[in-house]
Design a binder for this molecule. Structure first.
Ligand SMILES: Cc1cc2nc3c(=O)[nH]c(=O)nc-3n(C[C@H](O)[C@H](O)[C@H](O)COP(=O)(O)O)c2cc1C
Length: 354
C-alpha cells in the first residue's frame, strides 16, 4: 500500500501536469541589478557555502523525493552520485516505508556512492502523533548515515489523500523533544505550501536547526493527490490549487520569524537565476525536487546535466551582478516590482475597520 503510493507519486510527477498554475513563486517580481562592468573574471565567482557543518561546492540541495518502492533504489543512487560529483546536499524521501518494512532499507542507502555529501534523513513529523518517537527518528538517521534529520510537515497533503494522518495536535512541542534528544541537527520542511512568520518563530523557539520553506509555486501536492482520486476527491483537491504561501514570500516571512536559522528556499526553482534571487532574499541554499526526477530515472550523468544548468546559471548571474561570493549576494541590489509581493498580510478582523 505504502509502496504503491510512492510508485504512483513518481509516475504522476513525471507524466501529469503537476506544476501549480494558480500560484507563482513570487520570485518573478525580483531581478538582480545588472552590472555592466563587474571588474572580476567569471572564474572569480566562488559558490562554496557552509551548511550544517559541511561545505557545499554550490548552494544547492536535492530535495527529498523518494524511497520505499523498487524504482526508488536506482533513482536515489543516481541522485546521490550526481550530488557527490557536484558537491551539493541531498535529502532522501520519507523513510517510513523502511521503518515499517526492512525490505525497503536498501532503496534509501546511498552513502557508498556519496561518502562526502551533506545527507538528510526524512520522516513526516505527524508520525510523532501515530506512534513514532525519538527512537524511530534515530533509526532513520542511522539507517542511511545521515548528517541531519528533516521532519516534513504536510497537513494539507494528509487531508487530500485517502486515510491521511490528520491529527496535528501538539506537534510543535514533540518536534522540540526530538531536537533536544537527537545527536544530529533537525530541520523542519514543508512540502509546497510554505511557512508563515509565526510558525518559523515557534520552530526556532523549540530548537530546530534549520528550516526548508518549500513554498508554493512549484510542484503542487494538491494536484498530485488529485490525480490519485475519483471525481469527488479530485474536486476537493482542485479547490486548493491556489493555496499556499508563495516561495519568495515564505522565505522573507521565515527569515523574519527565524533570523538566526539556516534557511533553505525551495518550491518551484526552475533556473539558477531564480536561485540567485532567493539567496539575495535571505536563503542559505536552494532546494530542487521535480526538475531532477526525470533525469534521475535515466542516469547520474543526466542528473548532473540538470544540476549543472542550475549551478552555471547561478555562477553567471552572480558574475553579471558583480557579486563574488554567495554571502555577498545578501548585499546585492535588487530591482523589485513596485508592490513586489502584491499582497498585504492582515488579520481578517482588521479589514472590517477600513
Ligand atoms: C516525487 C516526489 C516525492 C516527494 N516526496 C517527499 C518526501 O517523501 N518528503 C518530503 O519532505 N518531501 C517530498 N517531496 C517534496 C519535495 O521535497 C519539494 O518540497 C516539493 O516537490 C517542491 O519542490 P519542487 O517544486 O522543486 O518540486 C516530494 C516531491 C516529489 C516530486
Amino acid at each position: 500500500m505504502h509502496s504503491e503510493r510512492k510508485q504512483e507519486h513518481l509516475r504522476i510527477c513525471v507524466e501529469e501536469d503537476v506544476e501549480t498554475s494558480a500560484v507563482t513563486t513570487g520570485l518573478e517580481h525580483f531581478r538582480l541589478m545588472h552590472c555592466a562592468l563587474p571588474e572580476m573574471a567569471l572564474a572569480d565567482v566562488d559558490l562554496a557555502t557552509p551548511l550544517l557543518g559541511k561545505t557545499l561546492r554550490a548552494p544547492f540541495l536535492i530535495s527529498a523525493m523518494t524511497g520505499g518502492t523498487p524504482a526508488a533504489e536506482q533513482i536515489n543512487r543516481n541522485l546521490a552520485t550526481a550530488a557527490q560529483r557536484a558537491g551539493v546536499a541531498m535529502g532522501l524521501g520519507s523513510q517510513r516505508a523502511a521503518l515499517e518494512d526492512p525490505q525497503w532499507v536498501r532503496t534509501y542507502r546511498v552513502r557508498d556512492v556519496a561518502p562526502d555529501i551533506l545527507l538528510l534523513a526524512n520522516l513526516g513529523a505527524v508520525q510523532l502523533n501515530y506512534g513514532y518517537t525519538v527512537t524511530e527518528c534515530l533509526r532513520a538517521v542511522e539507517m542511511i548515515g545521515a548528517d541531519a534529520l528533516v521532519l516534513h510537515v504536510n497537513p494539507l497533503q494528509e487531508c487530500l489523500q485517502p486515510q491521511g494522518n490528520t491529527d496535528f495536535r501538539g506537534l510543535i512541542a514533540k518536534i522540540g523533544e526530538v531536537c533536544a534528544a537527537l545527536p544530529v541537527p533537525v530541520i523542519v520542511k514543508e512540502v509546497g505550501w510554505g511557512f508563515s512568520e509565526d510558525i518559523a518563530r515557534r520552530l526556532q523557539e523549540v530548537g530546530v536547526a534549520g528550516l526548508d520553506v518549500a513554498g508554493a509555486g512549484g510542484t503542487s501536492w494538491s494536484r498530485v493527490e488529485g490525480y490519485r482520486q475519483a471525481a469527488q476527491g479530485r474536486q476537493i483537491a482542485e479547490a486548493f490549487s491556489g493555496w499556499g504561501i508563495p516561495t519568495a514570500l515564505a522565505l522573507r516571512l521565515a527569515r523574519r520569524g527565524a533570523p538566526a536559522l539556516p534557511l533553505i528556499a525551495s518550491g518551484g526553482f526552475r533556473t539558477g537565476v531564480q536561485a540567485a534571487i532567493a539567496l539575495a532574499l535571505g536563503a542559505d541554499a536552494v532546494g530542487i525536487a521535480r526538475p531532477l526526477l526525470e533525469a534521475a530515472m535515466q542516469s547520474a550523468a543526466a542528473t548532473n546535466d540538470v544540476l549543472n544548468q542550475f549551478v552555471e546559471a547561478l555562477r553567471i548571474a552572480m558574475f553579471a551582478a558583480g557579486v563574488r561570493t554567495v554571502k555577498e549576494l545578501r548585499n546585492a541590489t535588487l530591482i523589485c516590482d513596485a508592490d513586489a509581493f502584491g499582497v498585504r498580510i492582515v488579520s481578517a478582523n482588521a479589514l472590517w475597520g477600513e
